[in-house]
Design a protein around this ligand. Structure first.
Ligand SMILES: NC(=O)c1ccc[n+]([C@@H]2O[C@H](COP(=O)([O-])OP(=O)(O)OC[C@H]3O[C@@H](n4cnc5c(N)ncnc54)[C@H](OP(=O)(O)O)[C@@H]3O)[C@@H](O)[C@H]2O)c1
Length: 257
């Protein structure tokens, strides 16, 4: 199942995404990605955040769909369900979320957008290829009855719901035209500062379990490596900004951290 003797793009994409995650995790403890509340001068030209999100995320669902169609002659039910999960997340993130954002005209550095484009051009196609061409267990509908599949799907859906609810709460903190920050409440915000990141990490570990592929696991690791340090930064920022920030709230792991 290890892929380095197979399709060269697949092998290169896996190595790239894994290396990106391994590099990002320690680096992001020292340098906070310069967008949103952590935006600051010195990171080059910017584009409106809304369009930045469309440009950087769109390669993921488009690349996934192209590879999913081109590299399979027919699809099993597990393969189709996994594709549905990927597209459920990424069609929303690429083409809906950016147009619901409030404050989406703030600048986003083109550097971060460019890096994310490269990442998504590798990650979407490699995950589709992993599902249709590198995972014999997914070719049979028997995988539907495997606990890894149905537990993974349940975990994915739980993470997806947490992520969506958390982003919905944040969006509604601002009235149209506002760009400032307020303290979010409700749902998992009772326990942590970044339930959207927590939900996203849970989502992709659920996907990795359901797919049982290397690309799924590597992407779940990357998501953790990217969002865990950022959640610590957000939490520190909230505590510095609001004197009345809830003292018992943690950053990303309820009751722990
Ligand atoms: N898979 C991955 O590696 C990955 C990487 C990055 C993001 N994501 C996902 O993409 C989504 C957005 O990420 P993000 O980093 O932009 O999240 P974020 O920093 O929590 O911001 C999300 C949106 O809510 C606004 N917002 C945040 N806190 C607010 C507050 N206290 N008051 C008012 N508005 C607030 C932000 O405005 P501002 O932009 O003005 O701050 C932004 O529009 C999340 O669901 C995240 O999980 C995934």
């Amino acid at each position: 199942m290890f892929p380095f003797d197979t399709h060269p793009f697949y092998a290169a994409a896996l190595a790239f995404v894994a290396a990106f995650g391994l590099f990002s995790f320690p680096s992001l403890f020292f340098v906070t990605a310069p967008y949103g509340r952590h935006a600051r001068p010195g990171w080059g030209p910017t584009i409106p955040a809304r369009w930045g999100w469309v440009i950087m995320e769109a390669p993921s669902p488009i690349g996934f769909a192209i590879v999913f169609v081109l590299f399979a002659e027919r699809w099993s039910a597990p393969q189709l369900l996994l594709a549905g999960m990927w597209l459920l997340h990424y069609v929303y993130r690429s083409f809906v979320f950016p147009f619901l954002m409030r404050g989406g005209d703030k600048g986003k550095p083109m550097l971060t957008v460019g890096l994310a484009v490269l990442f998504n051009c590798a990650n979407g196609p490699m995950n589709a290829f992993g599902i249709v061409a590198m995972a014999p267990h997914l070719e049979s509908n028997a995988w539907l009855a495997d606990p890894r599949f149905f537990v993974g799907v349940a975990v994915f859906l739980a993470g997806w719901a947490i992520n969506h609810h958390a982003d919905h709460v944040l969006r509604n903190l601002r009235k149209p035209g506002e760009t400032g920050y307020k303290i979010p409440h409700g749902g998992l915000y009772r326990f942590i500062s970044c339930p959207n990141y927590f939900g996203e990490i849970v989502e992709w570990f659920g996907f990795a379990l359901a797919a049982w592929t290397f690309p799924g696991l590597v992407f779940a690791f990357f998501t953790f490596a990217n969002l865990f340090p950022r959640a610590l930064d957000h939490h520190k920022w909230y505590r510095g900004k609001f004197d009345d920030y809830p003292k018992s709230r943690r950053a990303i792991v309820p009751f722990v951290l």
